[in-house]
Design a binder for this molecule. Structure first.
Ligand SMILES: Cc1cc2nc3c(=O)[nH]c(=O)nc-3n(C[C@H](O)[C@H](O)[C@H](O)COP(=O)(O)O)c2cc1C
Length: 358
């Protein structure tokens, strides 16, 4: 099967085309710093062709959720080394997803001095869990000044450099699911009238400036980008505009010769979404990862049809550390169970056994 074929990703040869999608698990309970159980959890999943480690903040401002990890200081960098070492010892490859939450958060979750910032002072709909105040409505974020924008782009660069020092094979810039670069892309969260808002070209500017500095910092062949057209705030937007924006982005990203572009789908599927995936495949000439609701069979079909190079799996990697071996041997999968997705400790996290393991 194509799923089990090797694949050249930038400077790396992946063992197979099965990618572990980034999964926030909120286990960094001490000072947003990764720990031993996180290293164990990732090393257990090293048979994936590539692990994309969970959304990790490049800034105190980007720690909008409780207990998510950061990578903006030396302690965090040294702590991440345990994870990268454990994965490499198992012959695995691991990128880090850089996730700045922007308006998706709460001041109660931010460390001292952290600010809830976003392209515009428009709150996210819904509620967020906080450390001390239970669930709270998303507050109105501060509109970023041009200096805030420049500083945030610099934070992505520093995070890329720290990821290199920590031993990651590369990074994925999280521009999907409503986080900060996505907040700039979306019309409903970006009301700016300066060079970062208005036209699609202007909305892309923030992401492209991040891509630029990260590529310069660690090499473009070690930088990936994740996007989720038609997800989250974009569902109400004019579809012609969304299609234009993402095709434009894909076309521009060709010139960077990135490690990959990663298309993610979560929740309800508009038919337009999958049409756009196919159009992006035509416009974007480098490695494409698809993610969202795949089974072994549907993943194989996409690869055979030439609609993707690699397929990422999220929820099935949670309860099946040996997902690759289960696919290879047609062993049954452990069922998806949300109970421990966001709890603490090893239960429902690093305590899943391999198939037939006592
Ligand atoms: C518990 C959980 C945490 C997630 N955390 C992240 C994250 O940190 N970054 C991200 O881009 N997507 C995140 N996602 C989305 C997954 O990467 C993936 O896109 C989604 O689960 C769909 O793939 P699947 O159908 O194979 O599960 C998360 C999903 C789940 C279920």
């Amino acid at each position: 099967m194509r799923l089990f074929e090797h694949f050249h990703l930038g400077p790396y040869e992946l063992k197979n085309r099965i990618i572990m999608a980034p999964l926030t698990r909120r286990r960094a309970i001490d000072a947003n710093t990764p720990n031993e159980i996180m290293a164990k959890y990732y090393s257990q999943r090293s048979s994936a062709g590539l692990i994309i480690a969970e959304g990790t903040s490049p800034s105190p401002n980007g720690l909008g959720y409780t207990h998510i990890p950061g990578l903006f200081n030396k302690d965090q960098m040294n702590a991440w080394k345990k994870t990268t070492k454990a994965v490499h010892e198992n012959d695995g490859r691991i990128f880090l997803q850089v996730m700045h939450t922007g308006r998706v958060g709460h001041p109660n979750n931010l460390p001292e001095g952290g600010r809830l910032i976003a392209p515009s002072a428009v709150p996210q709909k819904g509620e967020v869990s906080t450390y001390d105040l239970g669930k709270q409505p998303y507050p109105v974020p501060e509109e970023m000044t041009l200096a805030d924008i420049a500083a945030t782009i610099e934070e992505f660069k520093t995070c890329a450099l720290l990821s290199d020092e920590a031993g990651f094979d590369g990074i994925e810039i999280h521009s999907a699911h409503g986080y900060i670069p996505n907040q700039f892309l979306n019309a409903s969260s970006n009301l700016r009238t300066d060079q970062y808002g208005g036209s699609s070209e202007n909305r892309l500017r923030f992401l492209l400036e991040i891509v630029e500095v990260c590529c310069r910092a660690i090499g473009s062949e070690r930088v990936g980008v994740r996007i989720s057209p038609y997800s989250y705030a974009e569902t109400d937007e004019d579809h012609t505009e969304i299609e234009y924006r993402y095709l434009k982005l894909s076309e521009i990203l060709n010139s960077y010769e990135l490690a990959y572009l990663h298309l993610s789908h979560m929740g309800d599927a508009l038919p337009e979404k999958f049409d756009l995936w196919k159009k992006i495949r035509e416009v974007y000439h480098d490695t494409l990862i698809l993610c969202g609701d795949f089974t072994k069979e549907s993943a194989e079909e996409k690869l055979i049809a030439g609609e993707a190079d690699l397929i990422a799996f999220g929820r099935d990697f949670i309860a099946n550390p040996d997902l690759v071996e289960r696919f290879e041997n047609n062993w049954p999968l452990n069922q998806r169970d949300r109970t421990h997705w966001y709890t603490h400790g090893s239960e429902g996290y690093s305590d899943f056994k391999k198939f037939n393991q006592d």
